[in-house]
Ligand binder design. Sequence first.
Ligand SMILES: Cc1cc2nc3c(=O)[nH]c(=O)nc-3n(C[C@H](O)[C@H](O)[C@H](O)COP(=O)(O)O)c2cc1C
Length: 260
Amino acid sequence: MSMIKKYLDLPNDSTSKTIFVATALCLLCSVIVSVAAVGLRPAQEANKLLDKRKNIIQIGGLSQPGKSVDELFEGIEARVVNLDTGEYADDMDAGTYDQRKAEKDPTLSDALSDDPASIKRREKFATVYLVKEGDVVKRVILPVRGYGLWSTLRGFVAIDGDANTIAGLGFYEHAETPGLGGEVDNPNWKAKWPGKLAFNESGDLSIEVIKGSVGSTTPNAEHKVDGLAGATLTSRGVSNLLQFWLGEQGFGPYLNNLRT
Ligand SMILES: Cc1cc2nc3c(=O)[nH]c(=O)nc-3n(C[C@H](O)[C@H](O)[C@H](O)COP(=O)(O)O)c2cc1C
């Protein structure tokens, strides 16, 4: 205490007092910031979870007026899928499996040599969200990600129980340019996805974001979605990530199992 008093008693223009006051102020501020960061972490985690659930519900086309996100999420079953076999990994708990961590973990993910979505590694397991009626799967909501122009877009694609009809596509995280690639968030563009078919009659993965608009004369329009004006590279990124995640290296085996 006498040490503090010694400094405070010095004249205000003394160098030692200036350094002492500045150091004390820095220490005090760092304590306040640390306490706030630690204290707010549970609230941040809860908000992140709520946001993810909100996205799953919106992209899955499951929103209902007057019902909260948590209420609606009660009707959704989360399961972990082994991407190589397309089977559910019954020994893994979807509540605790952290897919985002697994992407970087060499024991839980593999490096990609064929990498159209530019994601470098693919995890062995993915969490999927099921909407069921009794035992029948009516819709699945699958996590997808891939590189656009500036960033990795992360989102979900919702597919009906026929493992073909797209019910929705949306991204909850990206850093594309607002007004250009950022138009992936535009509700008008997102509204173009429901009803599109991922696979053609021969079972080939055909979904594609084209350059320009899909018109009444566009061949195979049921597999095509308008490109984003002035954002061909982001649009191509969306096409690529769907090709990857709905293909053999992604959810292809799982969708095959769902179909049969
Ligand atoms: C500052 C700046 C930001 C841009 N952001 C994006 C973007 O987020 N996504 C994208 O595809 N193109 C973006 N572009 C445009 C691309 O460089 C490229 O011109 C465009 O993708 C070509 O699309 P278009 O053939 O539809 O014109 C940006 C260009 C500039 C100058």
